[in-house]
Every structure is written in C-alpha cells, then in structure tokens.
Design a protein around this ligand. Structure first.
Ligand SMILES: [Zn+2]
Length: 176
C-alpha cells in the first residue's frame, strides 16, 4: 500500500523519473482522451477564483502537485469529469478521500480532506461530470481553520493502480 505519507498531503509518490518541473502535458489539451475542460469540483467556485498551487513548495524538495480549492465545510464537491469511483480511502494526510478514474482509465482524479462522502457513493460506481460525491472538509492534515478541497490529477501507470501515477497540474485542465 502507501508509504512515505508523513510529510505532505500528497498521496501519490511521483515516479522516480518524473521531473519536478510543471508538466506541460500538451497531449491533454490537444484532443486527447480527456475532455478539454474539467468542472471546477467545488460548487459555487468559478475557475477565475482559483489560484495555481501546483508548484507551491511543501517541505524539502517537495511540491504540492495539486490544487487547493478553499470553501466552507459542507460545500458540495462534484465530479470533475465522468468516470468510475476507483477507491474510497482514508489516509492520515488526505483524510477522507476519493479516487476517480477517467473513462479511458488513463488518469485519476483525487479529492481529499472531504468532510464526508455523499450518500450512496460506492467504489466501482460510474459518475457523470457534476455528480455530487461529497462535501468539503478539513479531514487529514488540513488546517481545521482552512477547510478546502485538495484536488489532484495523476497519469496512471499501465497497471492502473489508484495509488500510483505521475502528477499532472489540474489548473490548466479546469474551466468554467
Ligand atoms: Zn492541498
């Protein structure tokens, strides 16, 4: 299972060969397998309100590699895109988390620090973009005074393991 989760809320260990620089990921925006724009997964938050926190330093030689979307506890969290619930997982850093695979199972969307899941959310179920999956919270290592959704995208390995992948910056993938 997971290891080395002690110092950050990032659940994914980047592949050793992965660069720490921001992946440009041009293949994701040029008519690849992902939809051009994913939904901002927190209800009531517009794309223009987001700031790109992907490269924010988190400890030595670590980067955040995710987007933090600040919102009050209990704000609905919605699926950024279509695809199945790959895993419901509780971890020390991430708290109550959900991993979703895109329909092609090339990418995983990771939602962390949830206060709780939406009723009826189960592993294996198919989600549509915009479906309610849970509620913003501050579980895991989030500051209780700063509830937010920690949203990450990573490119899966050929084995399609929900806990493994190369981080991709979600910021340019989202839109209104
Ligand atoms: Zn975060």
């Amino acid at each position: 299972m997971q290891t080395d989760l002690s110092d950050a809320d990032l659940p994914i260990r980047p592949a050793p060969q992965a660069s720490t620089a921001t992946p440009a990921a041009p293949e994701l925006t040029a008519g690849g397998s992902m939809p051009a724009k994913l939904l901002v997964p927190v209800e009531g938050i517009a794309y223009s309100q987001l700031s790109d926190t992907f490269d924010q330093p988190r400890g030595q030689e670590r980067h955040h590699e995710a987007l933090d979307i600040m919102a009050p506890t209990g704000t609905p969290v919605r699926a950024a895109g279509d695809g199945k619930v790959a895993k419901l997982f509780n971890s020390k850093p991430g708290g109550t988390t959900l991993y979703q695979f895109d329909p092609a199972e090339k990418y995983a969307y990771y939602y962390a620090h949830l206060d709780r899941y939406a009723d009826g959310i189960k592993e294996g179920m198919q989600l549509k973009r915009g479906d309610l999956i849970g509620y913003v919270g501050a579980t895991g290592n989030a500051d209780p005074n700063a509830p937010h959704l920690h949203f990450a995208i990573f490119a899966l390995t050929p084995e399609k393991q929900w806990w493994k992948g190369t981080p991709v910056n979600p910021y340019p993938m989202l839109g209104d």
